[in-house]
Design a protein around this ligand. Structure first.
Ligand code: MG
Length: 136
């Protein structure tokens, strides 16, 4: 990572860009020796904990979190980013092409949970089961 940001958005920020920036960030600080798969996994889990703290004790919150203060939304973005960046770094040091793996997993999920009749699929509505959209 460098000090400058490209100011991109979801459509223009690629996994490859994040991967390169994380690699630059680690190299510039001589942190590659710390970026073992296990260390990165544990760091990511720690960040998931920080993300969870934001929602802890709030009860269910509506999509779009309309009642949250701007600073809470900023903090949420920071913790989501911490999780994403460690995930990207972990996949990189493990030699996993995360974009390709994620698309493959979506395809596998689509096969496992086919669209019900009337939703564009030809599967029986009861065959897909229901897991509330959770990936496995
Ligand atoms: Mg954090």
């Amino acid at each position: 990572m460098t000090g400058s940001n490209e100011g991109g958005d979801d459509a223009s920020v690629t996994i490859g860009l994040l991967k390169r920036k994380m690699d630059e960030f680690a190299k510039a600080r001589d942190w590659e020796k710390f970026h073992s798969p296990r260390n990165l996994l544990l760091a990511m889990v720690g960040e998931v904990g920080e993300l969870s703290e934001i929602f802890q004790w709030k009860g269910e919150v509506p999509r779009g979190i309309p009642d949250w203060k701007e600073e809470e939304k900023t903090h949420l973005g920071e913790e989501l980013s911490d999780v994403l960046l460690y995930l990207v770094r972990l996949s990189d040091v493990c030699g996993v092409d995360l974009g390709k793996a994620a698309l493959r997993k979506l395809d596998l999920n689509a096969l496992k949970y086919p669209l019900p009749k009337g939703k564009g699929g030809d599967a029986d509505a009861d065959a897909g089961g229901s897991n509330n959209g959770e990936a496995e």
